[in-house]
Design a protein around this ligand. Structure first.
Ligand SMILES: [Zn+2]
Length: 498
């Protein structure tokens, strides 16, 4: 040192940031009646017709817990591998705040002893290995009513507001994740997997337009390698996977921009604004409510015995993540096929029935994800209601596998089978569509085709071997698609290569 040389220091590498994301999912349990009264939960009823003294908070009324809602919440907890009542019991609490949509001025929720804790859920992002996201807790609570504002989106600024209590008292499960999520794609995958699970269980219809699932997002940024969390911002009002993903992307850009400019990120609650595709500040954490929780005196705590839990476990169906693994590891399907087939419980069951009737899983996957899925997309039909039942599809595939018809003929028959149903074998026989595999008959057709296309034959022999497809096409044309393709290929090659 000290030689007078100029010391060069490397330009510091641009800091890379990562996100720390936690999600709260509100799942509306699809019971017929509300959580603490017998009012209907039907969506879209005339405002304030599904109400009674209990869900409108009249003095002297008492709540009674809906057993079905508890059953659904327990099943959801078990599906998320959460521990039920890890501290022996769970109880309801009153969360107190004043807002026009809350008739009792408190919401019955669960505070320090939720129904279940310490669960997890497996997500799969395309091209990445499956990953587990921790679940902190799951608790039950009642929904609030709905405010309809005249002349504005929100209470502030509107000329007047109307309240509909039909929703008040509708049963919800709030499921809180650990801050384990790192990307927008993972956040969407988590929300989608949650929707799949509750739909597999039949505890929620997953209808996002009707608000059956809603998401709140907690998000902070930090330099990669940092172990401390940054300041957490909460985003509300997310009601689609798309807005969830967009909100994460928007916040990442906003928060890293602020950090790079040396700004402090305030702890606050923000709203996702669908119209402008931005988040906007709603309130700072300093103004946060103190809910003065205290135990709900009118409801007994929930205790579940090991025998109760064993009985609930019996009711659990195989879940999407288990099915995906089984499809990959036992059926040998691609991760993509496994994901598509298990997207809905009904499609998985349809596929499994086809396989159980003796079709190879790969062939079954190709037909279910191919022609059957296209038909469902075009017609908006449900897979368990179409005329091509698993039995019909298996009969059709068996005709192919026995060499009776080609795949092409099978495909051609599908529109009629989807429209009319019936037996593929009977249809093939009635229309005379059985495959021609008689070698003598095929050879005559091949000879005819070669005699009619002498120019092409010369060209082929001169090196244009791609013309083979043309000759195959001509043979298929003459036989209305019934020629057995392998024999046609073999015969053509033996004659052309002479
Ligand atoms: Zn009621």
């Amino acid at each position: 040192m000290g030689s007078g040389k100029v010391m060069t220091t490397a330009v510091p590498a641009k800091v890379k940031y990562e996100m720390v994301i936690g999600l709260e999912v509100h799942v509306q349990l699809s019971t017929r009646t509300k959580l603490f009264c017998s009012c209907s939960t039907e969506f879209g009823a005339v405002p304030n017709t599904n109400v009674c003294p209990i869900c409108t908070g009249q003095p002297g009324t008492l709540p009674v817990l809906n057993q079905q809602a508890l059953d659904y919440a327990v099943l959801t907890s078990l599906a998320l591998e959460a521990q039920i009542n890890p501290r022996g019991l769970s109880k309801f609490d009153r969360k107190q705040y004043f807002y026009p949509d809350l008739p009792k001025n408190y919401q019955i929720s669960q505070y320090d002893l939720p129904l279940s804790e310490h669960g997890s859920l497996e997500i799969e992002v395309e091209g990445e290995a499956p990953r587990r996201i921790g679940i902190t807790r799951l608790h039950m609570e009642e929904d609030a009513g709905k405010l309809v504002h005249a002349g504005a989106e929100r209470l502030s600024g509107s000329a007047y507001s109307m309240v509909d209590f039909n929703r008040a008292g509708v049963p919800l499960c709030e499921i809180v994740s650990e801050p384990d999520i790192r990307t927008a794609a993972e956040a969407a995958a988590y929300a989608e997997e949650m929707r799949r699970i509750v739909r597999y269980l039949g505890v929620c219809d997953g209808n996002m337009q009707e608000g059956s699932m809603r998401f709140d997002l907690n998000i902070s940024v930090r330099p990669v390698g940092e172990t401390k969390f940054g300041t957490k911002v909460e985003i509300k009002n997310l009601n689609s996977f798309n807005s969830l993903q967009r909100a994460v992307e928007y916040e990442f850009t906003r928060q890293t921009g602020a950090v790079e400019n040396g700004e402090r990120i305030p702890q606050e609650t923000r709203l996702w604004d669908e119209a402008t595709q931005r988040t906007i500040s709603m309130r700072s954490k300093e103004e946060a409510n103190d809910y003065r929780y205290f135990p709900e005196p009118d409801l007994v705590p929930i205790r579940l015995t090991p025998a109760d839990l064993a009985a609930y476990r019996q009711k659990l169906p195989q879940l999407p993540a288990q099915k995906r693994r089984h499809y990959r590891e036992v059926f040998g399907l691609s991760a993509y096929d496994a994901r598509v087939l298990t997207a809905e419980r009904e499609s998985a069951e349809y596929f499994e029935r086809v396989v159980s009737l003796g079709v190879e899983p790969k062939q079954a996957a190709n037909w279910v994800n191919g022609p059957v899925a296209s038909y469902l997309n075009e017609t908006r039909n449900k897979i368990n209601e179409i005329k091509v039942t698993p039995e019909v599809l298996v009969e059709l595939l068996t005709l192919i596998n026995q060499g009776m018809i080609s795949s092409r003929i099978a495909n051609d028959l599908l529109p009629d089978l989807f429209g009319e149903g019936g037996s593929p074998r009977a249809l093939v026989e009635a229309r005379g569509l059985t495959q021609i595999s008689d070698q003598g008959q095929l050879e005559r057709v091949v000879d005819e085709v070669l005699a009619e296309n002498t120019d092409s034959v010369s060209a082929y022999r001169g090196g244009r071997t791609k013309l083979l497809g043309f000759f195959v096409g001509q043979v298929m044309k003459k036989t209305a698609g019934r020629a057995e393709p392998q024999s046609v290929n073999r015969l053509l090659l033996s004659k052309l290569d002479q």
